[in-house]
Write a protein that binds this ligand. Structure first.
Ligand SMILES: [Zn+2]
Length: 324
């Protein structure tokens, strides 16, 4: 049984998930150790080694993407959503969902190698799952993320992402959504339109854009070679996307991964797919993706201050990426 506990001293929610400790790790001392293909649960033909399948793209014999329940789940839909308070102690039960997106049947292919069609399948299957999960109104937030490599916190080599649905909107996202909303009230303009305009006039850090999306190294990047992809029109979440939007996004993101690969090899990274408050009819989010290369580990100063130390200016990173 997992639970959230609120640390009032530091003002953080902590998720205690004892089931996660049981998971095996593929990595020994370096992320080059690859799990044996025969025992890999994400392999074509090994479907019985994963818990129940929740979505699939492809057919019975030859799937291209699958979403399954996470065997080592941090949250469970079976738990009642309950909250308790007792003096300084406050907690919530571990209600929610934890799923794995198996991005490809290939054991060796990584996101850096995906073509536009493979990204199209990837975003399409996530859209499918979000539409379904949204029906459970007890779920308030969808954290969709990818960990790659040891610095990115990955434990399984086969290319995959995760979806964790939580019963509340996490503090930083809540704060950001409130800011986007207030910006609109105060200025009668959309924050994201202004942000895109400013990043475009800064010019030096724009990587690629098509009709619907733009990719750039953000002015205040937290990590070296950080890339943000933002929708240029008002798409709040993947749920709003047409197939044309998904294709357009796939074109932009495949360009970004190609550039990261040629500039840096296949760096460890985290990727966050931000959909805002899916349950709200006035979701103030604009769909965006953050790709965060993890070239080094963060440490004490970042933990103490929440101020990231970045060793690389985004305009320099963008120049290197563009020339790669
Ligand atoms: Zn595999």
């Amino acid at each position: 049984m997992s639970e959230f506990r609120y640390n009032k001293l530091t003002q953080h929610w902590i998720l205690f998930a004892p089931n996660r400790a049981k998971r095996p790790t593929n990595f020994s001392t370096s992320n080059t150790t690859i799990q044996d293909i025969k025992s890999c649960p994400f392999e074509l033909g090994n479907e019985s080694k994963t818990p129940n399948e929740l979505a699939r793209i492809g057919n019975d014999k030859q799937w291209r993407c699958r979403i399954v329940a996470n065997l080592y789940n941090a949250l469970s839909i079976e738990q009642e959503p309950k909250s308790y308070k007792n003096g300084c102690f406050e907690n919530k039960s571990g209600f929610g969902a934890h799923e794995v997106i198996i991005e490809t049947p290939s054991h060796t292919k990584q996101m850096f190698d995906f073509n536009v069609d493979e990204f199209f399948d990837y975003f399409s299957i996530i859209r499918l799952r979000l539409k379904d999960l949204k029906k459970d109104t007890r779920i308030k937030y969808f954290s969709i993320f990818k960990n790659y490599g040891e610095n990115g916190g990955a434990t399984i080599h086969h290319s995959h992402s995760q979806l964790i649905a939580t019963p509340f909107i996490p503090k930083t996202t809540h704060k950001a959504l409130q800011f986007y909303e207030k910006y609109k009230t105060d200025t009668e303009r959309d924050f994201f339109d202004d942000l895109i305009a400013d990043e475009k006039s800064f010019k030096k850090a724009i990587l690629f854009e098509n009709n619907f999306f733009i990719a750039y190294c953000p002015y205040a990047s937290r990590y070296p070679f950080e890339i943000t992809i933002v929708a240029k029109k008002n798409l709040t979440s993947l749920i709003d996307f047409t197939d044309v939007d998904i294709y357009s996004l796939s074109e932009v993101i495949s360009f970004c991964f190609l550039k990261l690969k040629s500039a840096l090899g296949k760096p460890d990274f985290n990727m966050l797919i931000k959909n805002g408050d899916i349950q709200s009819s006035t979701n103030s989010n604009r769909f965006h993706i953050e790709i965060l290369p993890r070239l080094y580990k963060t440490a004490g100063f970042e933990l103490d201050t929440d101020i990231m130390v970045n060793t690389f200016l985004p305009e320099t990173a963008a120049e290197i990426l563009k020339e790669s």
